[in-house]
Design a protein around this ligand. Structure first.
Ligand SMILES: Nc1ncnc2c1ncn2[C@@H]1O[C@H](COP(=O)(O)OP(=O)(O)OP(=O)(O)O)[C@@H](O)[C@H]1O
Length: 262
């Protein structure tokens, strides 16, 4: 543990869903510290609680045991203060609104002035390399561009924390590689703390400063890997022995989690 105050801190976190088929332990005894500026990936098989953990941070679910703090506050307080932006797997843009007006929607609801809205839209479109596309409609953009627009929308509040739930899962590999590079560049430029859910080992290793390996039934953390890779990461870093070594450890962690089930 470091001496700084973690941006997100979970202790003894439990979450049990009561379902018609009985209780489901989505998270069990989860403990994790995420420091300012960390890029943390959550990886694990379906049902290991990755989305649930993100939703707990965002105060969209409430734990049945243990504690979580976000910027030193409860998740509910952090949510009221707009401490994070949330990016979902599907871009979720309204087809009848332009990209700019999609990004503005939450700003309108929050009561930002017109001028402030315009200024923010311009700034976040630049951040995701979509300047000039504000007046297009979602259907006029490729899947990758739509996903970047949804990232821009999540950045519009200028929150320090970005929660991303498999944002590139539905995209082909080439587009995904490109978005991974762009996301790293954005992370470096903005210094945000990013929590990123993925099923892809190379994506997790390429992006992260910290990789959290999870396993299901009950959903729990089985390994936390601090990446020794430098911040500067060209795509071909994926062929280096250092990269492959971390990927191997993640794979072993995932395998061990599976063995527990058998
Ligand atoms: N609202 C809910 N009610 C009941 N059970 C739920 C609910 N949300 C999640 N679960 C259960 O909790 C467990 C963890 O789900 P979660 O969606 O967090 O997993 P995940 O790791 O994100 O999976 P995936 O990779 O498929 O998205 C699963 O068994 C799931 O069925």
């Amino acid at each position: 543990m470091t001496e700084t105050n973690p941006v997100i801190s979970a202790r003894n976190l439990d979450l049990v869903f009561q379902t018609n088929d009985g209780p489901v332990q989505a998270l069990k005894d989860v403990a994790l510290d995420i420091e300012k500026g960390d890029f943390v990936s959550f990886i694990g098989p379906s049902g290991c609680g990755k989305t649930t953990f993100l939703r707990v941070i965002a105060a969209l679910e409430h734990p049945t045991g243990g504690t979580v703090t976000v910027n030193g506050m409860t998740p509910d307080e952090a949510r009221r203060q707009r401490a994070y932006g949330y990016v979902f797997q599907a871009a979720g843009l309204f087809p009848w609104r332009t990209i700019a007006r999609n990004i503005k929607l939450p700003l309108e609801i929050m009561g930002f002035s017109r001028a402030e809205q315009d200024e923010r839209v311009e700034r976040v479109l630049k951040l995701v390399d979509l300047d000039g596309f504000g007046e297009k409609y979602p259907w006029q953009l490729s899947g990758g561009m739509q996903q970047r627009a949804s990232i821009a929308r999540a950045l519009a509040f200028d929150a320090d924390i970005l929660l991303m739930d498999e944002p590139f899962g539905a995209l082909d590999e080439i587009v995904r590689d490109h978005l991974n590079e762009q996301l790293l560049a954005l992370w470096e430029r903005t210094g945000k703390t990013i929590c990123f859910v993925t099923h892809s080992i190379p994506e997790a290793v390429y992006l992260s400063t910290k990789i959290v390996v999870m396993s299901p039934r009950p959903g729990r953390i089985t390994d936390v890997i601090e990446s020794p890779l430098p911040k500067e990461r060209p795509l071909d870093i994926r062929d280096t022995p250092e990269f492959l070594e971390i990927a191997h450890r993640v794979r072993e962690g995932l395998r061990a989690g599976h063995a527990y089930d058998d």
